[in-house]
Design a protein around this ligand. Sequence first.
Ligand SMILES: [Zn+2]
Length: 233
Amino acid sequence: MAPVPENWQRGVVIVAHPDDIEYGCAAAVARWTAQGKDVRYVLATSGEAGIEGMAPAECGPLREEEQRCSAACVGVSEVEFLGLPDGRLEYGVELRRALAGAIRRHRPEVVVTLNHHPIAGGGHLNSADHRAAGQAALDAIADAANEWIFPDLPEPRWTGVRTALVNVMSGWTHAVDVRDTVDVAVASLAEHKEYLSALSEVPVAEQAAAQVERATGPKGEFDRAVGFELYSF
Ligand SMILES: [Zn+2]
């Protein structure tokens, strides 16, 4: 199993919802920030449609705050919410424009995103938002680099992205060794207290530990690892 290259300094993780990063990927983020890398989060939505019985106007700010706490756990202080509608992300030019703008603002060498494939793992259908956000994040890398695509964006083009990493639960080609960061990843997911409490009566700490355990199983020679597909630019 090839290790994910770590010869870079700035990365941006682009996802649809608060909590998406914390189901495994945050263990890799914690490793990278411990190495001194600058990692930032960009969330297309505030997850405002994510809690049954809680109106979006109340839910969105709560979930943003939970996401900021989760990010802080793994050494990420810069978290940007793009304010797009939770549950109704559409793959297309508008989403690519929003994500290209984010890439131009943050100027990363590495873009990390989540599984955009139709199957989420375990035979589950991947959500429409995840499919749209993941695919658009990958496509927005080239959009961000071309001055003639989205010339109306205020940010100058950014041609510095060399690698995209897609966090997947199966079919990975590369892995990040997370044996030292599993605990902090569990703490990071457990910051989504209200969200996880609404999902299940199992205590939040137990839910978080089980989810991170599932996402950080052995891969190749690594006892605990997070799996990625790697794309070069
Ligand atoms: Zn999600």
